[in-house]
Design a binder for this molecule. Structure first.
Ligand code: ZN
Ligand code: ZN
Length: 408
């Protein structure tokens, strides 16, 4: 269970490997109120590491659900200025930002999709400046997870102690079960960095994804694309790891050079709704057709959010031998599920996946082929039989993945 020494190690990994908190720096933690002990431990360790100030933003899905039920849509879409200012403040003051992602995957299953989508869109729009900055590594941020009761019960519906089972699973994927978790992370990060370096050296023009489920998709890459992995560098020059766990090596697809069909490999949990068994067909980067066995309306709302949610902003490679993939657990949480499988993202691309992208304007990035949107939503496409072939400008082909795993 995530307590005692393990909780302390969790807090230290989040602060030292994750946001890489520096002496004299401020920290904000977004935490479900149910897991206040975790926020308390991170706060304590942050002060011991020399934090200037630690602030916690408490979250409560029961209150949120009541608001979605009783408040009307225009009111839900009216995002207070003080809230927007409080996020921009983090950037101005170069705070570190830790988000604890532990949502109940079906918290809002009874709320109409349109209402959720409208509120989510208003929020994303209001916080665009902040999210643009976060995605361009303007601050150091890290997403981690701890088990909440409602979430654990969905992941382990037949367990006598779901929270403890989910806690064990998280500890394994966070490498908290290793003798020296910090050292284990350093080795893991080096390994991912080597893969990214190989792909950057090869400079593929496109990737071809194919499997037995019906995926047959060519993803064109930007000429100036950069493959990234766990370790990134923020604008202030300090390195950090934005997701823990993380197993991915990722870059930017060209917003106008994606063609073919892709079939989802795992359910997607979006705004408290589950979308499953879906496929997307692309032509010149844009979705021209889509289907879903479950959650069609939620998928439609997502795709129709804005012009950018009809196109891709990320392509990520993860082998099936990653600890998360091997666990075979469906977490209903993107932080874990995206690290179990190769994935794509609808919506905004990361400026950091373009050479010198943090110095380019929005227009320049878009000219180069980077997608923009108020959203960025990952969905899984990697299966056990997935093949990925890298194609160079002159047509030379190199297999990167066979049978769902790295072959380079
Ligand atoms: Zn990703
Ligand atoms: Zn993503």
């Amino acid at each position: 269970m995530l307590d005692g020494k393990t909780l302390q190690n969790f807090a230290l990994l989040t602060l030292k490997i994750g946001v890489n908190l520096q002496k004299g720096q401020g920290l904000e933690i977004a935490c479900p109120v149910e897991k206040h002990k975790v926020a308390e431990e991170i706060t304590k360790q942050a002060y011991l590491l020399g934090a200037k100030i630690v602030r916690v933003r408490w979250e409560n899905e029961i209150v949120d659900k009541l608001s979605y039920t009783y408040a009307d849509t225009p009111t839900l879409c009216d995002i207070p200025k003080w809230f927007i200012d409080s996020k921009n403040y983090l950037v101005e003051k170069n705070f570190c930002y830790v988000a604890i992602a532990a949502d109940d995957p079906s918290a809002f299953k009874d709320i109409p999709s349109e209402k959720l989508a409208a509120a989510a869109k208003a929020r994303s729009k209001a916080l665009k400046k902040f999210s643009d900055c976060v995605m361009a590594n303007g601050i150091r941020w890290c997403v981690v997870s701890v088990p909440t009761k409602a979430w654990a019960e969905q992941v382990f519906p037949n367990s006598l102690d779901p929270e403890s089972d989910l806690s064990d699973a998280i500890e394994k994927t966070m490498r908290l079960d290793r003798e020296n978790p910090t050292l284990a992370w350093k080795e893991h990060i080096d390994n991912l960095t080597k893969k990214a370096e190989y792909l950057n050296y090869k400079r593929f023009d496109s990737l071809h994804f194919k499997n037995g489920a019906g995926t047959d998709l060519t993803v064109g890459l930007l000429d100036d694309h950069v493959w990234l992995s766990a370790k990134e560098t923020a604008k202030d020059g300090v390195s950090f790891v934005a997701n823990m766990p993380t197993e991915e090596v990722f870059t930017a697809p060209h917003a106008k050079k994606v063609n073919g069909k892709v079939v989802s490999a795992m359910p997607l949990c979006e705004n408290g709704k589950i979308i499953d068994g879906f496929s997307l067909t692309f032509k010149d980067g844009k979705i021209v057709d889509f289907s879903a066995e479950k959650g069609y309306d939620a998928l439609k709302n997502l795709i129709e959010t804005d012009q950018g949610t009809r196109r891709l902003g990320e392509v990520a490679l993860i082998g099936k031998s990653s600890p998360i993939a091997k666990s075979k657990i469906l977490f209903f949480n993107t932080l874990f599920d995206e690290n179990a499988s190769c994935h794509l993202a609808l919506g905004k691309g990361y400026p950091t996946t373009v050479k010198d992208g943090d110095k380019l304007s929005k227009e320049e990035l878009s000219k180069l082929g980077l997608n923009d949107s108020v959203e960025h939503v990952d969905f899984m496409i990697g299966t056990e039989d997935l093949t990925v072939i890298g194609i160079e400008k002159d047509g030379t082909k190199t297999p990167i993945f066979t049978k769902g795993d790295w072959c380079v």
